[in-house]
Write a protein that binds this ligand. Structure first.
Ligand SMILES: [Zn+2]
Length: 252
């Protein structure tokens, strides 16, 4: 056999690689979205805590205002002391003052509790803030790495086109047409390896005599079932055919 079958094998290897590259390209937006989703989920935890903190601060300010109002009421109640005429009125005034003092104490307890919670949450928010910043930086780095990777695949695809075109030109005209025909008709696979007597693409066994013939590598053969070009990958001529051509892409 001349090198024609080898070229066909290599042409197919490039076609498979092209599919793999396209699959990776399609996968990149999904990978990006996943990274962004993970970050957003983390960030939303932080934002929730921050909202909670704002809430606590507002609550504290409200309590502060309420205490100021109660103190004002207490001051006025004390002013009234000089105006009371009866013991009954005096006792009622004192009871009112006690009630206001009790309310103030209650509000102050709430303020204290609020302050403690705020301090605790503030620490938590500060830690989360640092983590969010770190994660944001990591996200940006990973996203730009994926952009670089996408460009790299784009470049490799251009190389692949060029090499594949060169290979195509080495094929005999008739073979080239047949190969193109099979590519279109057979889902992008025109060449199939046969191992242990079985076509690895359509999974149908070759008649034993055909397989022996294939191993001898004397003529270009087709799978009797799927009609694709077939070869025996253990043959020394073809063993490294794929690797040879693919190395050319990854190193250039
Ligand atoms: Zn087949």
């Amino acid at each position: 056999m001349n090198d024609q079958l080898k070229y066909l094998i290599q042409f197919q290897a490039l076609e498979n690689k092209r599919k793999a590259f396209h699959a990776e390209l399609e996968d990149i937006p999904k990978r990006k979205a996943k990274l962004e989703k993970e970050f957003n989920e983390f960030e939303s935890q932080y934002l929730m805590k921050r909202t909670e903190l704002d809430h606590l601060r507002k609550l504290y300010r409200d309590l502060e205002k309420q205490v100021a109002m109660l103190e004002e009421r207490l001051r006025r109640a004390r002013q009234k002391e000089s105006e009371v005429k009866t013991n009954k009125e005096y006792r009622a005034l004192l009871a009112e003052q006690e009630e206001i003092k009790r309310e103030i104490a209650e509000k102050e307890d709430q303020m204290l509790e609020c302050m403690e919670k705020t301090e605790h949450l503030q620490k938590e928010v500060r830690v989360l803030e640092g983590q969010v910043a770190e994660k944001r930086e990591k996200l940006q780095k990973e996203l730009s790495e994926l952009d670089i990777y996408r460009e790299e695949i784009g470049r490799k695809l251009l190389q692949l086109d060029k090499i594949q075109e060169e290979l195509k030109n080495k094929l005999d005209e008739q073979l080239k047409r047949k190969c193109e025909f099979l590519m279109v008709k057979k889902g992008g696979v025109a060449v199939a390896p046969v191992e242990k007597g079985v076509c690895r693409v359509c999974h149908v066994s070759l008649p034993p005599q055909k397989f022996i013939e294939l191993q001898k590598d004397e003529s270009l053969m087709h799978c009797p079932h799927c009609q694709r070009f077939i070869y025996w990958p253990q043959h020394e001529r073809y063993a490294s055919a794929e690797k040879e051509i693919l190395t050319f892409i990854s190193t250039s």
